[in-house]
Design a protein around this ligand. Structure first.
Ligand code: SF4
Length: 293
């Protein structure tokens, strides 16, 4: 298999076969992220891709879901995505879905009719690290788009019937910014149809811009308990029917909920953590995190 550089897939794709389509990130400017800092964006050649498909066919000929790795393979244009999707079908006859990371920017250059066609070819399941739906937080993180971009582009996915998942990050708004971030993000997400929302919590790693901003006093990180209250606020304000998974390693207290049914239960679970855990214990936990995965 042709894996180069950092290979990253979300925890919920653990049962998918993975194949590299791109490496690195086309943007690489989010202030909290160091994942692909040392890599240039590169598209795997069709030769490499077909070699890898042949290998997958040998070991998993009945694979039903394949995850395309790279920070954002969806950045490829319509014709290129179409070629890859059809090639997957040449090799893996049972493959039903091809999932991948995508940025809001990557949807912009595609028309709804093109998205519909890609969906029909099996492209479905876009993991979108929006991190927030609040304009101030998006600007602070230097995500490079606004809440109205998220709304406009994800509505196109809704129209085309492409399933997508959001990643939200608690703590990203900094000290005392969590409530506003959660409220405004929920208000935005309520106008869309994310199949689920996966929640991470900001961990400052030394090779990120936000870490250096924090050292210079330009960014004041949120306390751990504030993050949990932020998550409570997000859960409380989400009115859509969706799953919420706040159970990655960056969350001090793992919580999952099927909303709106589990709303009270999830909020109460988090309240228990707030009432019975010491802030220092939580800080210690984060200090020992080596990576987000
Ligand atoms: S968060 Fe995603 S889009 Fe932003 S720099 Fe990292 S990989 Fe690229």
């Amino acid at each position: 298999m042709h894996f180069t550089g950092r290979t990253w897939r979300p925890p919920y794709e653990a049962h998918s076969v993975i194949i590299q389509v791109t490496s690195g990130c086309t943007y690489n400017k989010c202030r909290f992220c160091s994942l692909y800092k040392k890599e240039c964006f590169r598209i795997s050649s069709m030769d490499e891709f077909e070699d890898d498909l042949a290998e997958i066919k040998k070991w998993q000929p009945y694979a039903r879901r394949i995850f395309w790795t790279g920070a954002n393979p969806f950045a490829l244009n319509y014709e290129h995505l179409k070629l890859r999707a059809l090639t997957v079908r040449d090799y893996l006859i049972k493959c039903q879905t091809m999932a991948m990371f995508a940025s809001i920017r990557d949807i912009k250059n595609k028309e709804v009719w093109q998205l519909r066609k890609l969906r029909a070819m099996g492209i479905n399941g876009l993991s979108i690290g929006v991190e927030s739906g609040d304009d101030e937080t998006l600007a602070l993180a230097n995500k490079g788009y606004t809440s109205s971009d998220i709304l406009e582009q994800c509505r196109k996915l809704d129209e085309a019937g492409i399933e997508y998942y959001f990643v939200y990050m608690t703590g990203l708004a900094g000290k005392e910014g969590g409530y506003q971030n959660a409220r405004n993000s929920a208000e935005l997400f309520n106008q869309l149809n994310p199949f689920f929302i996966s929640v991470d919590s900001l961990t400052l790693f030394p090779d990120t811009e936000l870490y250096h901003m924090a050292r210079q006093g330009l960014f004041i990180p949120a306390e751990e308990k504030e993050r949990i209250r932020e998550l409570q606020m997000l859960i409380h304000n989400l009115k859509i029917r969706t799953h919420l998974f706040a159970n990655t390693v960056s969350n001090f207290a793992p919580v999952t909920a099927y909303l709106p049914y589990d709303r009270e239960k999830a909020v109460n679970e988090l309240q228990f953590v707030l009432d019975y855990t010491d802030e220092m214990e939580m800080k210690e936990y984060r200090k020992n995190l080596k990576s987000l995965g």
